[in-house]
Design a binder for this molecule. Structure first.
Ligand SMILES: [Zn+2]
Length: 93
């Protein structure tokens, strides 16, 4: 199925009226048949939902044992606090 983004981009370019259907097909990667169908209103403006990036699918937010915040581990805040303490410790010594 075409991605919703592609379908809406085809519709937008058709509405702009600057490009030929052939050029829109080439620019969006949608077949000329589908561009024609969208232009004539034979194909509805639906499509596959955007794909979630792998990084969000593989990692769920978790409770940080350090600060208690809901974060994607490792917790950047705790790393920053640890780094600052290390820097200040080095300065004091
Ligand atoms: Zn934390």
């Amino acid at each position: 199925m075409l991605a919703l983004e592609q379908v809406l981009e085809v519709r937008r370019l058709l509405d702009e009226g600057q490009l030929s259907r052939r050029a829109i097909a080439a620019a969006t990667g949608v077949s000329r048949g589908s561009v024609g169908a969208i232009a004539k209103g034979e194909r509805g403006l639906f499509g596959a939902p955007p794909v979630e990036p792998e990084v969000f699918r593989s990692a769920a937010a978790q409770r940080c044992p350090g600060c208690g915040g809901m974060v994607f581990l490792p917790c950047v805040l705790c790393e920053a606090v640890a780094h600052r303490q290390a820097v200040e410790g080095a300065r004091a010594a």
